[in-house]
Design a protein around this ligand. Structure first.
Ligand code: ZN
Length: 336
């Protein structure tokens, strides 16, 4: 492995955009499927990941079917969160915001509270055993009705500051434009909850514009802001973080190739850009791989991107301070 990639692997890192279902390792899926009595058919491993030949977002989204089936008990949420943090700690991730949509797993016999509390136990247990910090982001879904999404906000409010750090809006932005969620995010803002919104991933710049109007504190992807200086200026002025996920953005065809990737443009404009994994298993990646991809192709330092990730994370100020210290100590110590 290249020396510099090893340096990145050992550097303390921060992952702000990571979906629980898309990041369950094959090992975890095997375990959870057995627990729930789901038969695993031949070739199942090929159905949970894509590579660069992925043709579309639709093909990408197919990979979530099996992992989602597995997330249907308290034990599953506890184990899934804990195992994900365990894997991330092995590549020196020091802090991670894990997101999922609780309403995709709520049933008559499993409540939102039970899901969130089990996931929070997973966070705590991983903190103790692997010394990795983390928070949960609860996702509202664009294709869900108001009642379900309001339930997500109620849960976020109940556990905010106790391991839940924000609300997200995920799903198909072309079929369900952000504009339809104005009232929903008024509730989020009134509750004083931070939020990040998936916008401008494969949709248009208008989605980002609306997301900014309804109070997004961070933008998930925001690729469509490319060439839109006016939107970039708003992000810069309000210190709104932009969560880029390079491999995923290439696979879902949010960008055709790396040459068109707007990371340099965003950084030049002064945006607080972080680089993240999105879906570790579906995209077949790690944070080291993502940061290395950007370093190798654009000469942008992993240290700078990690500083922005810390700055725009939803962690408490004390925790941010500790993260900054760990990062600068590592960089000082290894200075060549
Ligand atoms: Zn995402």
């Amino acid at each position: 492995m290249e020396k510099e990639k090893i340096w990145i692997e050992k550097m303390p890192k921060v992952d702000l955009h990571c979906h629980l279902d898309g990041s369950l390792s094959a090992h975890t899926i095997e375990l959870l499927a057995k627990m729930r009595g789901i038969p695993l058919v031949d070739g199942w491993r090929d159905k949970i990941s894509v590579d660069d030949r992925c043709a579309s977002l639709t093909e990408y989204l197919k990979c979530f079917e099996l992992p989602l089936c597995c997330l249907h008990s308290e034990e599953a949420f506890f184990g899934a969160v804990k195992n994900l943090l365990c894997d991330a700690s092995k590549e020196q991730v020091m802090y991670m915001e894990i997101r999922f949509a609780p309403m995709l797993s709520v049933t008559e016999s499993l409540s939102g509270e039970e899901i969130v509390e089990a996931a929070l136990e997973g966070l705590k247990s991983a903190k103790r055993e692997y010394d990795i910090g983390g928070n949960l982001i609860l996702c509202c879904m664009r294709n869900h009705g108001t009642k379900k999404n309001e339930e997500v906000i109620r849960l976020a409010k109940k556990y905010y500051g106790r391991g839940v750090c924000a609300v997200d809006l995920a799903g198909d932005e072309s079929a369900y434009p952000t504009d339809r969620f104005r009232e929903l995010f008024e509730i989020v803002k009134r509750a004083g909850l931070p939020c990040t919104i998936h916008a401008g991933e494969c949709g248009s710049a208008d989605e980002v514009r609306t997301a900014l109007q309804i109070g997004a504190d961070r933008i998930g992807h925001g690729i469509a802001m490319r060439g839109k200086r006016e939107l970039q200026q708003i992000c810069k002025k309000k210190r709104i973080g932009v969560e880029l996920c390079p491999s995923s953005n290439l696979q879902t065809k949010a960008v055709g190739n790396l040459r068109d990737y707007p990371i340099e443009e965003f950084l030049k404009e002064g945006l607080l850009v972080s680089v993240n994994t999105d879906n570790r298993t579906v995209s077949g990646t790690t944070l080291t791989e993502e940061l290395w991809k950007i370093r190798k192709n654009f000469k942008i330092s992993a240290e700078e991107l990690t500083q922005y990730a810390v700055d725009t994370s939803f962690a408490e100020e004390d925790e941010k301070k500790t993260m900054r210290q760990r990062l600068s100590q590592y960089c000082e110590k290894t200075k060549r």
